[in-house]
Write a protein that binds this ligand. Structure first.
Ligand code: ADP
Ligand code: ASP
Ligand code: MG
Length: 422
């Protein structure tokens, strides 16, 4: 007998028919004698609708009330799933985040899970009752409902798996695993049967939304075995081994690097669109200037992504370029132009509409030339590179958004990641 946390995303609970289908996956595991906790997202599209309503009600709404509204989507799907499971003769009940309780920080809209008191869920699991828990939310020490940020149900699932000491956390979604790139962009993308935590962390933070970044971070820290698989697959097909290692059905195991035998130099390509680029020209080259510029942006809660500062020719002046999401562009420009003298630059230029493309792979640590071949592949497509940043296991470039998909497909082919034609 194992303890398994099964998470179902929005498309897997999109309507009653889909909830019933997902429930058959749960029934299979229950029938096999496992103890099951389930984490659900809101029905597909619901969270977007709830956010729209908050924005329409007031553009400057209270973040605590925003959370009260957007957290309701998960409550509906959790209750419906519990009803459907009961209808199938399975003992089940729903839990909202606060009922577990899942305790979080009080940063509304982007709260972090601080702890889960799992004794209630534990007791129900021991009685073989299926506990259906709402993803994406918790409760703060002020007793207010909080939400974890978009895609946060993945993190709820991993946190719950760690808290109840589950043997495995299965993330059921609309793709049958983690692919070398988004299969919607590159039809030749290949499913990875295993991926290391580190690579998955980079993939997620660089745009692969199949798992929320924080969920991967948490799984890595807590040693949770994470499997990504499809809820659309036949629930009655042969299943995977309890440690996730032996796939009878497609899926991806996220695991430690040393559990992966076949190592690729590059494992994946990711894409983030709608990046805005801002350049400050002839900034005074002395201590404190960058701190002032980025401090002003931080004060406005603007998350800066890439930052490049040029070497100064004369030791007096330099250029700084950075990127922010398109949606933050106006706010960022306002923060920097408000007090020009304080930042001591000559001119400022900026534009929306760039995309960040990244190639990721642990093999980069030991192989030279990965970045060089990336630049070559892009130049062969006539794509100009605006900015470059690297870390130990990734290289990212900023390019014109219009060529984003072309770049992803070209790099995917260039690094030999394309699936063999059947
Ligand atoms: P859910 O609602 O189940 O949480 P998401 O929409 O958040 O599902 O994530 C699944 C989607 O992630 C897929 O439909 C796919 O288009 C996208 N995706 C992006 N990059 C990847 C990748 N490298 N591998 C698999 N899916 C990816
Ligand atoms: N429903 C939330 C969202 O759409 C959380 C999730 O699905 O993971 O972002
Ligand atoms: Mg998701």
């Amino acid at each position: 007998m194992s303890r398994i946390v099964m998470k179902f995303g929005g498309t897997s609970v999109a309507d009653l028919a889909r909830i019933r289908y997902s429930a058959r996956h749960i029934k299979r595991e229950v029938d096999a004698g496992h103890q099951i906790a389930v984490v659900v997202s809101a029905m597909a599209g619901t969270t977007n609708q709830l956010i729209e309503w908050c924005n329409e009600a007031s553009s400057l709404h209270d973040a605590r009330e925003y959370d009260a509204v957007v957290s309701t989507g998960e409550q509906v799907s959790a209750g419906l799933l519990a009803i459907i499971l009961q209808d199938m003769g399975i003992s089940a009940r729903s839990f909202s985040g606060w009922q577990v309780p899942i305790k979080t920080s009080n940063v509304h809209g982007a709260a972090r899970i601080e702890g889960i008191e799992s004794s209630l869920v534990d007791a129900r699991l021991n009685e073989h009752q299926v506990c259906v828990v709402t993803g994406f939310q918790g409760v703060s020490e002020n007793n207010r409902i909080t939400t974890l940020g978009r895609g946060g149900s993945d993190t709820s699932a991993v946190a719950l798996a760690a808290a109840v000491k589950a043997d495995r956390c299965d993330i059921y979604t609309d793709v049958d695993g983690v692919y070398t790139t988004d299969p919607r962009i590159a039809p030749k993308a290949r499913r990875l049967s295993r991926i290391s935590f580190e690579e998955m962390l980079e993939m997620a933070s660089l745009g692969a939304k199949v798992l929320q970044t924080r969920s991967v971070e948490l799984a890595m820290a807590k040693g949770v075995r994470l499997v990504v698989r499809s809820s659309f697959a036949d629930p009655d097909a042969p299943q995977i081994a309890s440690d996730g290692s032996n796939f009878g059905v497609p899926g991806t195991l996220v695991c430690d690097e040393d559990e992966i035998l076949e190592k690729q130099i590059v494992s994946g390509v990711t894409l983030v669109k709608a990046e805005a680029k801002i350049t400050l020209r002839s900034v005074k080259d002395r201590p404190g200037v960058a701190a002032a510029v980025f401090g002003a942006l931080a004060d406005e809660q603007i998350i800066v992504d890439m930052i490049v500062q040029n070497v100064s020719d004369d030791g007096r002046q330099t250029d700084i370029t950075f990127t922010v999401p398109d949606g933050e562009f106006d706010k960022a420009m306002a923060a920097i132009t408000l007090d020009e003298e304080r930042f001591e630059y000559d001119s400022i230029a900026g534009a929306k509409g760039s995309a960040k493309i990244s190639v990721i792979g642990v093999g980069m640590r030991s192989h030279a030339g990965v970045a060089a071949s990336m630049f070559k592949a892009l130049s062969e497509e006539g794509i100009n590179i605006q900015l470059i940043t690297t870390s130990e296991i990734k290289t990212s470039v900023l390019i014109d958004e219009r060529y984003a998909e072309l770049a992803v497909r070209a790099l995917h082919t260039y690094y030999g990641l394309d699936r063999d034609e059947e």
